[in-house]
Design a protein around this ligand. Structure first.
Ligand SMILES: Nc1ncnc2c1ncn2[C@@H]1O[C@H](COP(=O)(O)OP(=O)(O)OP(=O)(O)O)[C@@H](O)[C@H]1O
Length: 250
């Protein structure tokens, strides 16, 4: 569970980008955040793993009964631990082109294994088995020994997703994961997110410009306009009027 209580974010240049955000996201939800460019979607998403620190308010993250975090007071090794529960997928695929796909997926564990093992690239049989399973889940097994740079953009994005699930996070946050893809691949990647969300019960939160895909695949849509939540409901409740409000200029 993730809960935002009266969250504000003001950048150092005075730009007030998140305005009194109150939000509760339950375990296993698939949530899309939509809004104009500059509305604050990326900023909001990256407060969840504290890449962006908030200015005021509280963000509470409950991984399980025993594991709870309040973001502002989470630092050092506990922040590192929190981030192992949150898989981040950014717009760039962040695969290492010269490495094969399997190696890329194994490297998602680097933050969780010893520095020495990570340095020499030693992974246990179990870790390799898990990485191959992550690839299998996304039907990418046949590419395990292909260099990442030799795959298409859509395949690379799906390798990035395999890397993220291999980390076995409780929450996946993805910043415009389909923006660079053609409509067919974009739908395929959304399908993958949906399967991961349902099969592994991972909470998925994505920023997306394609409202049609958000409506088709997500359980819940949050509309941001100029840093404020102006819509938060099921896709079926998103009328033309609501869309106009979310996308009205400021
Ligand atoms: N590091 C920063 N310092 C100052 N201002 C920033 C910083 N990062 C983002 N901003 C500003 O915060 C506002 C919101 O940016 P953000 O990237 O969250 O928007 P967005 O809704 O994700 O946009 P897009 O859809 O284009 O990715 C913008 O006005 C942006 O210029």
């Amino acid at each position: 569970m993730i809960e935002f209580k009266k969250v504000n974010k003001v950048w150092s240049n005075g730009k007030h980008v998140l305005k009194n955000i109150n939000l509760k996201i339950n375990d296993g939800e698939f949530v899309a955040i939509i809004g104009l460019s500059g509305a604050g979607k990326t900023t909001l998403l990256k407060t969840i793993n504290k890449v962006n620190a908030i200015t005021s308010g509280e963000i509470l993250i409950e991984i399980d009964e025993q594991t709870k975090y309040e973001i502002s007071s989470t630092k050092g090794s506990s922040l590192k631990k929190l981030r192992t529960h949150i898989g981040l997928m950014s717009q760039e695929y962040n695969n290492i082109g010269k490495q094969n796909v399997l190696k890329n997926v194994l490297n998602s564990k680097a933050a969780q294994i010893s520095g020495f093992r990570s340095l020499i690239g030693y992974f246990t049989k179990e870790e390799k088995k898990n990485a191959l399973e992550s690839l299998s889940k996304l039907k990418l097994l046949e590419y395990a020994y292909v260099r990442a740079e030799n795959l298409s953009g859509g395949q690379q994005q799906r390798v990035a997703l395999a890397r993220t699930i291999n980390q076995n996070p409780k929450i996946i946050i993805a910043d415009e994961p389909v923006s660079a893809l053609d409509p067919v691949l974009a739908a395929r990647v959304m399908e993958d997110f949906k399967n991961i969300n349902k099969d592994f019960k991972m909470t998925v939160i994505i920023n997306i410009h394609h409202v049609d895909l958000a409506i088709k695949y997500c359980d819940r849509i949050i509309g941001l306009n100029d840093g404020k939540i102006v819509f938060d409901d099921q896709p079926s409740k998103l009328t033309k009027k609501e869309i106009d409000t979310i996308y009205s200029g400021v």
